[in-house]
Design a protein around this ligand. Structure first.
Ligand code: PLP
Length: 423
């Protein structure tokens, strides 16, 4: 499979005339088609709802597109709650799935009427002391421990993850919450990240459905929803096959009919908190080659760097690169494609076979729509880039301006030096 950018060279030549590189570009058409497909795939479930994981792409313009399709917001911090409130996502349109939660975040989430998803047994007490009551609708995050395997492949290691409650704690939590006035319950688990297999969600669903049946039997709690959380991945590499959301939806339906329906729990709503799957492929980082360097290796230096996209530096993650206009040229040059940080990890690609790159070429770094801009930082005093939306009609809209030095120095504004740094 070859990976093709969602924007043509001609379009991008025009866009880069208007917006200086680097910037993240998002594809409205792709976002819409994808969320429509997700909704169709889960249409069999009456209460289905996607809560977009705000941390993945915290841009109100992009989240508002998803809001048109009934999506809510999955938040885990104060500012994510603020962002949700600002776009009108309040009450049960917010899932507050946080951990090691500061008290004032519980207070704010409660004020907004968000559904609170407790990460730990001890949070029951903490929440009650903090907000003075236990909400009628409450959710608990489950971590069964061990390794999460599909066939013989280890998908992830929940036993090593800081999130969620053990099985025993989960049962105890439901009992305690019930005595404290909770009436409607949710169960949540996130056991594997970026899964590129149609089996993850159905397997996770089966585990949660079975626990839900036991919980209802043993505690009498009414389970309103089961939150399958995030974890559906995207094919970052050209040789990976994309998930089929319809197959995934069917797999979850099968488990639902096998486990929940016979237990008289056919009214349970399925919730998701997808981030990467909703936005990842519909964003890219646009940068220009500004230097070439021939030393012990061949380097291409870009005007973007790891502050714009941290995943390669942080996880060694693969992001495909297209050299615009050279799609059909042979990939017969091996490059390290780097940014300008004084940090040797600042490489978008290492030993990557690409067409010959010339200074001034535009590079598209794929699949930056989730956990891309959002993970950005300011090392070396580098400024965060703009975000631009490529609309369905082919026009563009600036949906976040680039940072300026004044933004970078803003936190000195209460000092004398702040005046000198104002530009
Ligand atoms: C990060 C996160 C998600 C989204 O994960 P993706 O891998 O982007 O799908 C969902 N829920 C919670 C609680 C998260 O922390």
């Amino acid at each position: 499979m070859s990976k093709v950018p969602f924007v043509t060279k001609e379009q991008l030549d025009n866009i880069t005339k208007e917006y200086p590189t680097p910037f993240h570009l998002y594809d409205e058409k792709g976002i819409r088609e994808n969320v429509k497909a997700l909704k169709e795939a889960f249409a069999w479930n009456k209460g289905f709802k996607e809560y977009f994981a705000v941390k993945a792409t915290p841009n109100p313009f992009l989240i508002n597109i998803l809001r048109e399709y009934g999506c809510g917001c999955d938040c885990s911090s104060y500012t994510e709650l603020m962002l949700s409130e600002a776009i009108g996502a309040v009450g049960e349109d917010i899932m507050f799935s946080s951990n090691a939660t500061p008290a004032q975040e519980f207070v704010y989430a409660d004020k907004l009427g968000a559904i609170i998803n407790l990460d730990d047994f001890t949070h029951i007490d903490f929440l009650e002391k903090t907000i003075g009551h236990i909400p009628e609708t409450i959710s608990c995050r489950y971590n069964p421990g061990g390794l999460f395997k599909i066939s013989n492949d280890i998908m992830d290691n929940p036993g090593d993850a800081k999130y969620g409650m053990t099985t025993e704690q989960l049962f105890e939590a439901f009992k305690v919450l019930k005595t404290k006035g909770a009436k409607e319950f949710g169960i949540h688990a996130f056991l594997a990240s970026n899964t590129v297999t149609n089996e993850y969600y159905p397997m996770l669903a089966k585990i949660l459905f079975e626990v839900a049946v036991k919980l209802q039997e043993e505690t009498g709690a009414h389970i309103k929803f089961i939150n399958l959380s995030g974890g559906i991945g995207i094919p970052y590499r050209p040789d990976q096959e994309a998930n089929d959301i319809y197959v995934i939806g069917e797999g979850v339906r099968k488990a639902y009919e096998e486990v929940l329906v016979p237990a008289g729990m056919g009214d349970v709503a399925i919730y998701t908190e997808l981030g990467r799957y909703m936005m990842g492929p519909y964003g890219c980082l646009v940068t220009k080659a500004i230097h070439e360097k021939h030393t012990h290796k061949e380097y291409i230096g870009c005007d973007a760097c790891a502050v714009n996209l941290m995943r390669p530096a942080m996880y060694g993650a693969y992001h495909h690169i297209t050299v615009m206009g050279k799609e059909n040229e042979p990939c017969d040059h091996m490059y390290d494609v780097t940014g300008s940080l004084c940090e040797n990890n600042d490489k978008f690609a290492i030993d990557r076979m690409l067409p010959k790159i010339d200074i001034g070429d535009t590079l598209v770094i794929h699949d930056t729509g989730a956990h891309g801009f959002a993970m950005g930082y300011n090392y070396n005093g580098k400024l965060k880039s703009a975000e631009v939306l490529l609309k369905e009609d082919g026009t563009t809209q600036l949906i976040r301006r680039a940072e300026t030095p004044a933004d970078y120095f803003a936190t000195f504004d209460c000092f004398e030096i702040g005046e000198k740094l104002k530009k």
